[in-house]
Design a protein around this ligand. Structure first.
Ligand code: ADP
Ligand code: MG
Length: 162
């Protein structure tokens, strides 16, 4: 998958994801190191593991309930200790202007962690990313690659790669 157009980034690292436990372990590293506010775009095909990653992140932050895919409701919100996770899934959006009624830029506050599946469909109505995670597959094995788009994103990706 090509990088987001008109944005410069460096690929920070690629993490092999052999199974769901590997997703959970990586999400936990994000949970331990991430300071809000932070915007993470999750890119990759259907079934690539974007929702699984977000679910693992929210659980790693101590949430005990069910974390459902926001594919139908667009947005699920989790009030966690010290941060509010806004989990967006724009798969079903046909026009980015449909996002206007959600006023996502107003919802995005100092304590927010915004995780967006299918961010390319919300172009122009989303805050810019600190990190873009690409969920991919090569030779039948999954990987997640991390691209940083801000100094905050670079710091975070370095902490996780360390
Ligand atoms: P997406 O949100 O990217 O469409 P999901 O996170 O809903 O994809 O994943 C769909 C299914 O694929 C999951 O329910 C899980 O069974 C499987 N899956 C996702 N990531 C992995 C993985 N790293 N290893 C094995 N199976 C996975
Ligand atoms: Mg999903």
């Amino acid at each position: 998958m090509s990088p987001l157009p008109s944005q410069r980034s460096s690929r920070a690292w690629v993490c092999p994801i052999p199974d769901e436990e590997a997703t959970a372990a990586l999400a936990k590293r994000f949970a331990v190191n991430l300071e809000p506010p932070c915007v993470i775009y999750l890119r990759g095909d259907l079934g690539a593991g974007k929702t699984l990653f977000t679910r693992a992140y929210v659980h790693a932050k101590g949430f005990k309930g069910y974390v459902k895919s926001p594919s139908y409701g667009l947005l699920e919100t989790y009030e966690l200790t010290g941060q509010t996770v806004l989990h967006l899934d724009l798969y079903r959006i046909e026009d980015p202007e449909e996002l206007q009624f959600l006023a996502i830029r107003d919802l995005y506050r100092r304590d927010s962690v915004l995780m967006v599946e299918w961010p390319d469909r919300g172009k122009g109505f989303l805050p810019p990313p600190d990190i873009v995670l690409e969920f991919g597959e090569k030779d039948e094995s999954r990987f997640i690659s991390c691209h940083a788009f801000s100094s905050k994103g670079r710091t975070l990706s370095a902490l996780i790669d360390a």
